[in-house]
Design a protein around this ligand. Structure first.
Ligand SMILES: [Fe+2]
Length: 272
């Protein structure tokens, strides 16, 4: 008896004329609603994708957001920038999905030609790194990256977390690092607003599409964010106090890249 062939599960996109085929990596098992795949498609086609609180479990956000926001009050000063406080940590993400902290090292950023480093930024403490909401944001970024750069996940990958507070008062501005439009070296970068108080400015802009048209937007609610690739031109305008008093803008940046890339590769090799 002839049998009807089973229809295989397709991860191809609906519109074939603009389709970007996103193979599902073997380690990726859950993607309710296909949102991570759609975000990866937006990064692929437009160079950027916007994210918000809807990408995380609502109860988790209700329970954990305020403690993440409070933790930012304890971030130490960035020794290289008076307008910023900063923590950094680098993780190895195994093929099985385990996230393990790598030995702490001085952070370098070649694209920041004004201050490429290495910079002695203090390590993010475990209680913030392991906060369930921070872990959800970290894993969601990795999930999108699995669609966007599946070949990266044949091996362990490097996942960096940066907790940054931009602080302003009086006429003192806060500038991003680097302060000019640039492309990052990491394959996927996810910038997420944690909180902002008494600041104006901080308009994000990304160059999208083949002609790299600038689109500006403001992250004005906690957990609003955007994801970009290493080909996306982007920047953020200076921040200023809204009323002359103290103010701040807190962000979490999650990046995904090859484990052996950059300063870590050299440092890690030297240390081992
Ligand atoms: Fe950047």
């Amino acid at each position: 008896m002839a049998t009807t062939p089973q229809k295989s599960v397709s991860h191809e996109l609906a519109h074939e004329d603009t389709a970007v085929v996103m193979p599902l990596h073997p380690t990726l098992t859950v993607d309710p609603g296909g949102m991570a795949q759609q975000l990866a498609r937006n990064v692929e086609v437009f160079g950027a994708a916007l994210t918000d609180t809807g990408h995380y479990d609502r109860h988790l956000v209700d329970r954990e957001l305020s403690s993440v926001q409070k933790a930012y009050d304890n971030i130490p000063s960035d020794p290289n920038a008076h307008d910023k406080r900063r923590w950094f940590t680098s993780l190895s993400r195994s093929c099985r999905g385990e996230l393990t902290p790598l030995p702490h090292f001085s952070f370098s950023q070649a694209v920041n030609t004004e201050n490429p480093g290495p910079r002695d930024i203090k390590q993010m403490p475990d209680d913030l790194r392991l906060n369930p909401l921070v872990e959800a944001m970290t894993r969601y970024t990795v999930r999108v990256a699995e669609y966007f750069v599946p070949e990266l996940f044949d091996d362990a990958v490097r996942v960096d977390l940066h907790a940054i507070r931009y602080q302003v008062h009086g006429a003192f501005l806060a500038l991003s690092t680097p302060p000019f439009a640039h492309r990052d070296s990491e394959e996927v970068v996810h910038v997420i607003l944690i909180d902002r108080k008494n600041v104006i400015g901080g308009l994000n802009y990304v160059g999208v599409g083949s002609r790299q048209c600038n689109i500006g937007f403001e992250m004005n609610e906690p957990l609003r964010g955007f994801m970009i690739s290493n080909t996306t031109l982007h920047g953020v305008s200076p921040l200023l106090s809204a009323d002359g008093g103290a103010g701040y803008r807190d962000i979490l940046v999650v990046t995904v890249q090859k484990l052996a890339d950059g300063a870590l590769g050299r440092k890690y090799d030297q240390a081992n």
